[in-house]
Design a protein around this ligand. Sequence first.
Ligand code: ATP
Ligand code: MG
Length: 488
Amino acid sequence: MTTSQPQRGRTPSQLRVLMSGQPAGWLRRDEQGRVSLRYDTAYASSRTATPLSIKLPLTEEEHRGRPLLAWLANLLPDNDRVLARWAAKYQVSAGSPYALLAHVGADCAGAVQFLREDQLEQVPQGGLTPLTDAEVGDLLRALAADPAAWTPLHEGGQFSLAGAQAKVALHWDGQRWSEPWGREPSTHILKPPMPSLAYQEINEHLCLRIARHLDLPAASSQVRTIGGQQVIAVERYDRIRAGDQLLRLHQEDLCQALGVMPANKYQAEGGPGAADIVSLLRRVMPATYAEAAIGTFLDALALSWVLAATDAHAKNYSLLLSGPAVRLAPLYDINSVLPYLTATRRGMSPGQVSTHSARLAMSIGGKARLDELDRTAWASLATASRLPESTVLDRVTAVVEAVPAAAQAVLDEEGTAGQLTVDQQAFVEQFHQQIDRRAGLCRNALLGRGPRVPRRTRRAPTPGAPRDDTQAMRSSGAESASSDRNTA
Ligand SMILES: Nc1ncnc2c1ncn2[C@@H]1O[C@H](COP(=O)(O)OP(=O)(O)OP(=O)(O)O)[C@@H](O)[C@H]1O
Ligand SMILES: [Mg+2]
């Protein structure tokens, strides 16, 4: 392993920006702390060059200000404890994306790399530091025990990815895991299950498989036990093999594409909503591509509703950028709260999610609570997105109708693969029933047959009437799911 040691406490005034391994520009920070990006003329003038972001076009040589800062901040974890840990390790400010990326920016989401000048000679070679399964298992166990410990085993193996959940980006060559450094990219994102959410790794894997079964583009994943630790390993769609080389493809998440800071990723916190995303897709693609991408996005919204995947915020959707072309990236990070629902209002344990505050990360026609979403809400989304009502309702209906069979097929395949323990099998079967029930509720909601939650009243309950929303929902067969913020 020959990469240079990070220069702790000394942040250089400029970082080399590479795109797919090629020099693309410089990121600079002046003495007042102002950050700017300048594309290399040779890069920007190439007809095949890919911009770092649709907010940072190649037609302008220099960028500074909000879109640049938001784009940089969105490359880092959305987890203050991880940022604080990295800041302490490298003796820089946790509030400076520039300073953090000087140390962790060699392997990011997409094709971009940030290199200090002391790395420039070594990084173009790059390499892999092999890990035994036992070492990967130890790394994952350490992450599960301390979710802020996003630290590689070897110097140089540092990556940066967004998201709040503990993760590590590693390279898999078909036989063994390695920590990549320099030019070598990671191929997989490994996330140990969140300790409080039982079988969350299976949940995410099944949700992604259900999406693929519906013919939606979604990341491939496996649930594996590595060195004794259970984990979801998600294949990176922003890496592609070309001959014996693994290349980086560029992507940006929808907060980056809209110039929104990561702290605002949830619509309820000022972040993008579904109609904003539809209009973004319309703006950045030719009409026929936009129509297809909007269709996929509507399907993804419908799937979030049926699966009660409440965490589908704007950073859980991305765009793939290649030269001037823009496409919607495959879906990723889909997690259902169905297995964790409880009707309890107070005193919930960390692994439980209250049915009473169940909200989608993006509202549909102004409604975010899963149990208040109905045909009218979807019709309102159509109006707000300037789409024909029938287009939206037909697509949503088709997803709702198709989910039970897709779930059945996926869960059967997983069950018969024979790799599940008895407890995992029980979780999978229960999850299957929960999805079936939920699809039934969504179907009814689309037909205008509820579910309806009675308005809360301060009057004494009528004898025989449900005493609270929970009972009301139970008695109407309704079910809702919730996550105040993250479930994944
Ligand atoms: N399969 C993939 N290929 C390429 N990039 C991916 C893939 N999956 C995720 N990413 C990138 O990695 C980031 C973090 O991944 P992910 O969303 O799974 O993490 P998370 O911690 O579970 O997120 P959250 O905080 O939303 O729950 C994503 O925002 C996206 O940029
Ligand atoms: Mg995510």
